[in-house]
Design a protein around this ligand. Structure first.
Ligand SMILES: CC(C)(COP(=O)(O)OP(=O)(O)OC[C@H]1O[C@@H](n2cnc3c(N)ncnc32)[C@H](O)[C@@H]1OP(=O)(O)O)[C@@H](O)C(=O)NCCC(=O)NCCS
Length: 150
């Protein structure tokens, strides 16, 4: 990427949903639930809740990366981070994480920020550790679902 092509990070809204979904799909996010919590209506409800901030990375006005910064009142969470396959290894995910952390810390008062990453997602495990996240090898993720799509 030439030095004059700067990444701009901006807040996204429900109006950006289609572009966000396109990046999620193109990125091959395995946890994506387009009939469940990532459906347009669910996304709108989450944005309305005040517990979720959507951030986008733009290059020359084109959305190339997204992340959802959420909090549950106790912890901040980095969710649904994805970068368009054509624009990887340029520091875009790093920039999105940095801005998500800033927002969660400064605006929401979160002092711990966490991410759930599938055990075989090596790029993502490398990425988070490269920006200071501690990998816990002794925690299991348990969940209870209304149905497999949620
Ligand atoms: C994981 C992902 C978001 C990384 O996006 P990215 O913009 O390419 O990441 P960055 O350029 O900011 O990478 C920063 C650092 O992370 C690590 N990293 C990123 N991708 C990596 C890969 N494929 N293999 C090993 N390390 C990797 C490196 O340490 C890298 O620094 P370097 O390029 O100087 O070596 C992207 O690969 C993606 O969208 N994957 C599919 C969706 C996904 O799995 N999202 C995460 C869900 S938890």
């Amino acid at each position: 990427m030439s030095p004059d092509r700067k990444i701009a990070i901006r807040r996204l809204t429900t109006d950006d949903y289609d572009a966000i979904r396109d990046i999620w799909v193109r990125s091959g996010l395995t946890s994506l639930r387009l009939k469940g919590r990532d459906a347009p209506g669910e996304f709108a409800r989450q944005m309305e809740s005040g517990c979720q901030i959507a951030l986008g990375a733009e290059l020359d006005g084109k959305l190339v990366g997204v992340v959802l910064a959420t909090h549950d009142g106790r912890k901040g969470w980095i969710n649904r981070l994805a970068v368009d396959p054509e624009y990887r290894r340029r520091g875009i995910a790093k920039a999105l994480i940095a801005e998500a952390e800033r927002v969660l810390r400064e605006e929401k008062g979160m002092r711990i920020i966490a991410a759930l990453i599938e055990a075989d997602n090596e790029p993502s495990l490398e990425l988070f550790q490269s920006v200071g996240y501690h990998l816990s090898r002794d925690i299991y993720y348990l969940s209870k679902r209304e149905n497999p799509d949620v």
